[in-house]
Design a binder for this molecule. Structure first.
Ligand code: HEM
Length: 273
């Protein structure tokens, strides 16, 4: 692709002053913490529910709506790649494949997810130049290792086609590495005042923090579900009420989601080095 070719030169010119380097540096510690959340570790063991996948879809819905709404903003336009990166349709396609068209009907939104979505709406309205921090956090993470994991998922689940694996596929990106270079060079081309730049860096740390909180919230739900399902408990345990549908999970989806998390984990590992 023409745009990807251009990145080869720009990638070599990256300096310490570049936003892409600064953002990676300030979020390095958060990345390691996110990677080591219980949920991320559980994901790798395949303990992920439909509810969790739906929550991920909510986050992408809000992020992508705000990017679309601000696509002409000078802080957003250079990093606006809906054809290459948008995930919402892909996630919805997977959910529909595994659960049918009525998957939307049963959804509980935990507090941390609401806070994350609220923040995305807020900066979309007040500081669209901060959206780059959130887009970076999700999309560059997704692009790190996703295709490999998609292939592993397909093999492990014996899927004959790519049905159910849309989340892992970026059909508009022929080379994730080159695309990441392009994305970084676009991030570096955004003109920011010193104050705005600091704001973006703070927002990136916040973006990781929101993700960690969402994972922790989900993990708490998962723990409650596990305890409620445990037939060996000798006496009732007082637990927050959760809807029955939250316990619904299928081995297939657990596998997909486990791999989704594994992807994140593997990238984190590489990232840490
Ligand atoms: C199981 C957990 C995870 C693993 C194994 C993992 C693994 C990786 C790997 C291998 C990379 C590539 C590093 C490089 O190219 O230098 C990466 C990059 C990245 N990951 Fe993760 N990751 C995990 C979770 C996450 C999470 C939860 C987020 C965000 C909330 C995230 C955000 C990112 C971002 C933004 C990058 C791009 C860094 C950059 O090049 O600036 N990762 N990750």
């Amino acid at each position: 692709m023409e745009t990807e070719k251009r990145t080869q030169t720009t990638a070599e010119q990256i300096t310490d002053r570049d936003l892409s380097e600064q953002i990676k540096k300030v979020t390095k510690e958060s990345h390691v913490r996110a990677e080591n959340t219980e949920l991320m570790l559980s994901f790798q063991r395949g303990q992920v529910t439909l509810q969790q996948y739906k929550i991920i879809s909510l986050i992408y819905q809000v992020l992508e709506e705000e990017l679309d709404r601000n696509s002409n903003h000078p802080g957003v336009a250079p990093i606006y790649f809906p054809a290459e990166l948008a995930r919402l349709e892909a996630i919805e396609k997977d959910l529909e494949y595994f659960y049918g068209q009525d998957w939307r009907e049963r959804i509980v939104v935990p507090a941390a997810t609401k806070r994350y979505c609220h923040r995305l709406r807020q900066i979309g309205a007040e500081n669209p130049e901060f959206l780059v921090a959130h887009a970076y956090t999700r999309y560059l993470g997704d692009l790190s290792g996703g295709q490999v994991l998609g292939r592993i998922a397909q093999k492990s689940m014996g899927l004959k086609s790519s049905d159910g694996l849309s989340f892992f596929a970026f059909p508009g990106v022929s080379s994730p590495n080159l695309f990441k270079q392009l994305y970084r060079s676009r991030m570096n081309s955004v003109e920011l005042t010193e104050e705005e730049r600091n704001g973006v860096l703070e927002e990136a740390v916040r973006a990781f923090e929101f993700n960690i909180q969402v994972f922790d919230d989900l993990q708490k739900m998962l723990n409650v579900t596990e305890i409620q399902n445990c037939s060996t408990l000798s006496k009732p345990v007082k637990m927050p009420q959760i809807p029955g549908n939250m316990t619904k999970t299928t081995p297939l989806l657990r596998m997909v989601l486990g791999l989704f998390v594994a992807l994140a984990t593997v990238s984190m590992g590489i990232y840490a080095f």
